[in-house]
Design a protein around this ligand. Structure first.
Ligand SMILES: NC(=O)c1ccc[n+]([C@@H]2O[C@H](COP(=O)([O-])OP(=O)(O)OC[C@H]3O[C@@H](n4cnc5c(N)ncnc54)[C@H](O)[C@@H]3O)[C@@H](O)[C@H]2O)c1
Length: 245
């Protein structure tokens, strides 16, 4: 299966390494606005993909991976995506897009990302009465220099992904999975060493309290788990035995 990768940064590079070692997938095309990202990625691979523009990449790939930005996500859906599998990392870009039009003869995959428990949250989604996400990140990864722990955002998903486009895709993924607009709190903590996401869902099913404490990847804004969850998403495409889906 031919893969086209848009965004060859931190996540893109790790996904490319996985694909390079896969017998099922072939990394056929890559695209990035930054030549250094492309050079670094190509030099780490055994099988070299073609560097190409987005039009050519989309037309000729079976699977399109977006690991670039919310803007790229919005642009993607201007193309003919018939019969394509599309894996989206910048899930914030999907907020406010028209799904009925997007999902025609194609498949959209949004990895769990840096959170956990989406399987249970999906199972109870019609019964959720309250849903909250509290994200605590190291101040430096948010570009802040506060000396004390500080709440820097409280609001809904739409505002969160607008104000923190590179930091809070998990909020968008949570909303997309549950179809419920969670209350989002973002805390900047100068002491914390992990990217911590705490989800609290309540309803007649009881209470789900899901805490994930992530080590950052090479990009401090991106948790290592987000990369692993995208690799798992590719494995799900590849395998027909799926537990906990
Ligand atoms: N779903 C999640 O849980 C989750 C977790 C972490 C990161 N993300 C998102 O995934 C995306 C990638 O994260 P990353 O850590 O790899 O970031 P990164 O900055 O390391 O890499 C992004 C790459 O995309 C390229 N790029 C940017 N705009 C582009 C464009 N218009 N066309 C082509 N290439 C473009 C950049 O040059 C860069 O090489 C980000 O949007 C990030 O917010 C999602």
């Amino acid at each position: 299966m031919k893969i086209g990768l848009i965004g060859c940064g931190n996540i893109g590079k790790e996904l490319a390494l996985y694909i390079d070692s896969s017998e099922f997938f072939e990394l056929a095309f890559i695209n990035d606005v930054n030549e250094n990202s492309i050079d670094e990625l190509i030099s780490s691979l055994k099988n070299k993909p073609m560097i190409t523009d987005i039009d050519h990449l989309i037309k000729n790939s079976d699977v399109i991976i977006e690991s670039a930005s919310q803007e790229v996500v919005k642009k993607l859906f201007d193309y003919d995506l018939k019969n394509k599998k599309i894996l989206i990392m910048s899930s914030g870009g999907l907020i406010n897009l028209d799904y009925k039009n997007i999902l025609k003869n194609n498949e959209l995959f949004i990895p769990t990302g840096a959170i956990s428990g989406l399987d249970s949250l999906k199972a109870v989604s019609n019964l959720i009465e309250s849903l909250e996400l509290i994200t605590t990140k190291p101040s430096k990864s948010l570009g802040l220099e506060n000396k004390e722990k500080q709440i820097i955002f409280e609001g809904n998903v739409e505002e969160a992904v607008k104000q923190f486009p590179q930091n809070i895709n998990v909020a968008a993924t949570l909303k997309l999975a549950t179809n419920f607009d969670p209350k989002i709190t973002i805390i900047s903590d100068p002491e914390i060493k992990t990217n911590k996401h705490e989800i609290i869902a309540k309803g007649i099913f009881g209470k789900l309290h899901l805490i994930t404490e992530n080590k950052p990847s090479k990009n401090p804004k991106t948790s290592y788990l987000a990369i692993l969850s995208a690799i798992q998403c590719l494995k799900n495409i590849e395998n027909n035995f799926r537990v906990g889906c």
